[in-house]
Design a protein around this ligand. Structure first.
Ligand code: NAD
Length: 420
């Protein structure tokens, strides 16, 4: 585990170095960006149901706040550690930079397996954790959100606890809240909707028609199902969809609305297997289906050197985080397959979290359509800005995305007088 942890932090530092070098940035810019500005470690005591007190180890890192306050999730997982939190906080700085939202990066977590805890224990852990990190967070300092194993209910307990500490209602301290206590409409759909927008823009940028095109989506969870639904509404045929249970193929295009309803049936356990209007194959078949665009929206390391040569798409839009291994990425680049990187393609979630924060601060709430309209304007601009950098510097879209966001942060640091 320690080796893997070291690698995540090393990987992010290497990405920062490459982008700094490509931009001709100075050593002092790299020296600030290669590590977080601060990272605290906290010990969180929790009274368990059996009356004993257990102490959990937690962290919160603020990577950089030159552009704005920190922003990033809090995860509850047994493998959380300080290096991982630091690396993820840096990625959040660059994700916010790509999205063009006025935030730096933050990330936090606690070492725990919440699946073995009662609801009451999880609530006490959530409340005590937010109390422990309260000195370093704030609605204009660093704003947490849900991440692995945390959800809107946990955010509601945390905002309640933080508000008690402050003696006033403070909804803008955390995003990803339930609608009833300051959450935003269109947040649930945001990541998948953003992936669909990026598929549409990739077609446009490469002078291809989305209408009647063939698209495949790996993963039919929160991201994959909304990506499929909105891409279909934009005129594409979703000829293949997969999840952990199988791949479904229908040459005429799957009926995604019907599949939405199908997975919701309790006996189908949220899975696509058994859907009637399609041919069924094993789950890895998804990579072989002849399509114009493939959107991996399941987990990391889905496209590897083992299956990359099966891919027949002319573009890959990364809905999941890290779905392409570096080796496979190299092959896709050599084959001139356009890869819209995760840091851009799945940025819809953090973008609508930003809109939630803006609505909380102004205490005025937008309609579903208003939120989606704003998301579309910002994501299309980010795509086009990065596409221009990609062509100008003759780099991949992934490197171009890093370059754009590092330049934003470096320019802000320069304006503030932190570096020459
Ligand atoms: P989810 O748990 O709702 O869905 C995951 C889906 O992937 C499920 O349909 C599952 O069956 C499928 N899957 C798992 N292993 C598979 C395999 N080997 N082959 C095919 N399908 C497989 O998760 P999600 O919220 O949709 O997130 C998906 C990815 O997007 C993750 O990488 C996540 O980090 C990333 N992401 C999510 C959000 C968000 O707002 N939910 C935002 C940014 C990034």
């Amino acid at each position: 585990m320690a080796e893997k942890t070291l690698n995540v932090y090393k990987i992010v530092q290497q990405q920062i170095k490459e982008a700094c070098d490509a931009l001709g940035e100075t050593q002092e810019v790299y020296d600030i960006l290669k590590q977080p500005k601060s990272c605290i470690e906290v010990a969180v005591p929790v009274k368990m149901d059996n009356g004993e007190t257990k102490v959990f180890q937690g962290y919160r890192a603020l990577h950089n706040d030159a552009v704005g306050p920190g922003k990033g999730g809090l995860r509850f997982h047994q493998n959380v550690n300080m290096d991982e939190v630091k690396a993820l906080s840096a990625w959040m700085t660059f994700k916010c930079g790509v999205a063009g939202i006025p935030y730096g990066g933050g990330k936090g977590g606690i070492i725990v397996d919440p699946t073995n805890m009662s609801k009451g224990e999880v609530e006490r852990l959530s409340r005590n954790f937010i109390k422990a990190i309260s000195p370093v967070i704030g609605d204009n300092i660093d704003i947490p959100a849900p991440d692995v194993n945390t959800n809107p209910q946990i955010m509601a307990w945390m905002v309640d606890e933080y508000s008690k500490l402050q003696g006033k209602n403070t909804p803008a301290i955390i995003t990803g809240k339930p609608l009833e206590c300051g959450g935003s409409l269109a947040r649930f759909e945001a990541t998948g909707f953003g992936v669909a927008l990026m598929i549409r823009e990739a077609f446009k940028a490469t002078n291809q028609e989305i209408k009647g095109s063939r698209v495949s989506i790996q993963g039919f969870g929160n991201v994959g199902r909304f990506a499929a639904l909105y891409t279909q509404q934009m005129g594409a045929k979703i000829v293949a969809v997969s999840d952990v249970s199988c791949t479904l193929v229908n040459e005429k295009g799957l009926d995604i609305s019907a599949l939405f309803e199908y997975v919701k049936e309790p006996e189908n356990k949220n899975m696509i297997k058994g859907f009637s209007d399609a041919e069924e194959f094993d789950r890895d078949k998804i990579f072989e289906v002849e399509v114009d665009a493939l959107a991996p929206c399941a987990l990391e390391n889905a496209i590897t050197s083992e299956n990359v040569n099966d891919i027949k798409a002319s573009m890959v839009i990364e809905g999941a985080n890290g779905p392409t291994t570096p080796e496979a990425d190299k092959v896709l680049n050599e084959k001139e397959i356009l890869v819209v990187p995760d840091i851009l393609a799945n940025g819809g979630g953090v973008m609508v979290s930003y809109f939630e924060w803006v609505q909380n601060l102004q205490n005025y709430y937008w309609t579903f359509d208003e939120v989606q309209e704003k998301q579309e304007i910002k994501m299309v601009k980010a795509f086009n800005d990065i596409f221009v950098i990609m062509e100008k510097y003759d780099v991949s879209m992934r490197v171009a995305a890093f370059m754009m966001s590092i330049k934003r942060v470096a320019d802000a640091m320069r304006a503030r007088g932190w570096v020459k």
